[in-house]
Write a protein that binds this ligand. Structure first.
Ligand SMILES: [Zn+2]
Length: 452
């Protein structure tokens, strides 16, 4: 022992060698990947670029360059090359309104109620991991998930598992339990003597409202989701009406608290009084927005309120035509169409959202694109609503929804031009998330492997 202490230089040298060896082992240089894009829709610009070289370092896009003089064999050793020269490359897509804890709720399979009454949470969580994977497979690398429908803080857990690398899935912005009032959310229709679970956290009064927001934010909510209307039906005068839920005072308590935490509030709102309270109370995004008056559209423009329309979900599963439910279903779609067109024309900020989960996850998420185009968007506007615009909604401008230096390397590609037919977006053949390739059915065989 004494002998070693007398020779500090040898000890220091040994230590130094060990430190260098450990450093080399545990902190390798960020991996570098070069992607050649035949066509590039960058999510921000209105024009398409051709033959572009995208350099990815670690999980970030570091550089874009013209590819006309590019020779793959000149790449330094250790740089991975992905040849998408026959494809159209785009930023990873964003769906700003999903429910990974819902599965379409086919009435024949027990509908909504069975989810809360009979299924153990682990079963629902297992299915949510499948939903998340389905989204990623389709090129949706980010979801704003709009509440767990009775599955508590399950979305926070799924997000942890994705971020920890235990399961594949998109980046999740979660809203946990959501908030409505007594009489404002299922489960409903049971004997009053039986206490049944609710699909949201029920509050009455501004004190309870603020407390619920605090609880949800404390447990990991990235957004607070509020139901400002409940149910809808066609009135005797032929109008689509919905039942208002929270008062302006209750909503303001939630918005005030949530904004103080640096987070935002998404409000489910169909029409009428509830829609007006949503706007007067300061919601950051209106979900669905089936009936928007001109005055309400003007208020959205003044306040900078987003619209997340979720069109597709109102075109499926219509009840028979000459029933109250059938009339309601048709009226919802026809009113929605008018509101969407008016909002688009007026310049309301619109983010892509589907209400997947309300739609079975077996269906394509991209079905929303043709709907938006049918109602007046250009294909490029529709794509931007699911890229740079949705990123702006999420306060991730420049980091998500863009192929640009400094953005996360969330990159997808399709085999053809999605601007000539957005149906192609239902077949995303290449998916990279956070700099890692999750799926590649497009790249050609002449690619070089890393370390070649
Ligand atoms: Zn929803």
């Amino acid at each position: 022992m004494k002998n070693k202490i007398l020779r500090p230089s040898a000890l220091l040298l040994a230590l130094w060698v060990t430190v260098v060896a450990v450093a080399q082992k545990s902190a390798p240089l960020a991996s570098v990947t070069t992607i050649r894009a035949g066509a590039l829709i960058d999510g921000v610009s209105n024009s398409v670029r051709h033959n572009v070289i995208i350099t990815v370092r670690g999980n970030t896009i570091s550089d874009l360059a013209d590819g006309s003089a590019f020779v793959p064999t000149n790449l330094p050793a250790g740089v991975a090359f992905i040849d998408l020269s026959q494809a159209t490359v785009m930023p990873g897509l964003i769906d700003a309104h999903t429910h990974i804890f819902l599965q379409g709720e086919d009435p024949a399979e027990g509908g909504y109620d069975i989810q809360l009454l009979k299924y153990p949470l682990a079963f629902r969580a297992a299915r949510a991991t499948v939903s998340a994977r389905r989204a990623l497979e389709q090129g949706f690398t980010t979801l704003r998930d709009m509440e767990t429908e009775g599955a508590g803080y399950g979305d926070v857990g799924i997000k942890m598992a994705i971020e920890g690398g235990y399961i594949p899935g998109p980046r999740l912005f979660v809203s946990t339990r959501a908030i409505s009032t007594t009489g404002g959310y299922p489960l409903e229709g049971y004997a009053p003597e039986i206490e049944v679970p609710k699909g949201v956290q029920i509050i009455d009064g501004p004190v309870e409202a603020r407390k619920a927001a605090r609880e949800q934010l404390d447990h990991g909510a990235d957004w607070i989701k509020v139901y400002m209307t409940h149910r809808s039906w066609v009135s005797t005068t032929g109008d689509l009406v919905s039942q208002p839920t929270l008062t302006v005072e209750e909503l303001r308590a939630i918005v005030d608290e949530t904004h103080a935490w640096g987070k935002k509030v998404a409000c489910h709102a169909y029409s009428g009084e509830g829609m007006q309270r949503a706007l007067d109370g300061g919601c950051d995004s209106i979900e669905h927005g089936l009936v928007l008056t001109d005055a309400q559209i003007a208020q959205m423009l003044r306040q900078g309120t987003w619209l997340c329309p979720t069109l597709s979900v109102y075109y499926t599963d219509w009840a028979p035509e000459n029933t109250p439910a059938g009339r309601r279903d048709r009226k919802r779609a026809s009113e929605h169409e008018v509101s969407f067109r008016k909002a688009l024309k007026a310049g309301v900020k619109i983010a892509f959202g589907t209400d997947m989960g309300g739609i079975p996850w077996t269906q394509p998420i991209a079905q929303e694109f043709p709907r938006m185009i049918e109602l007046g968007m250009t294909p490029m506007q529709a794509i931007q609503s699911a890229t740079s615009r949705a990123a702006e909604l999420l306060d991730m401008k420049g980091r998500l929804g863009a192929i640009a230096p400094g953005a996360y390397a969330d990159i997808v590609a399709v085999a053809d031009d999605p601007l000539s037919d957005t149906k192609i977006l239902e077949n995303v053949g290449f998916v990279m998330k956070d700099g890692k390739v999750f799926k590649n059915e497009l790249a050609s065989k002449n690619e070089a492997a890393p370390g070649r």
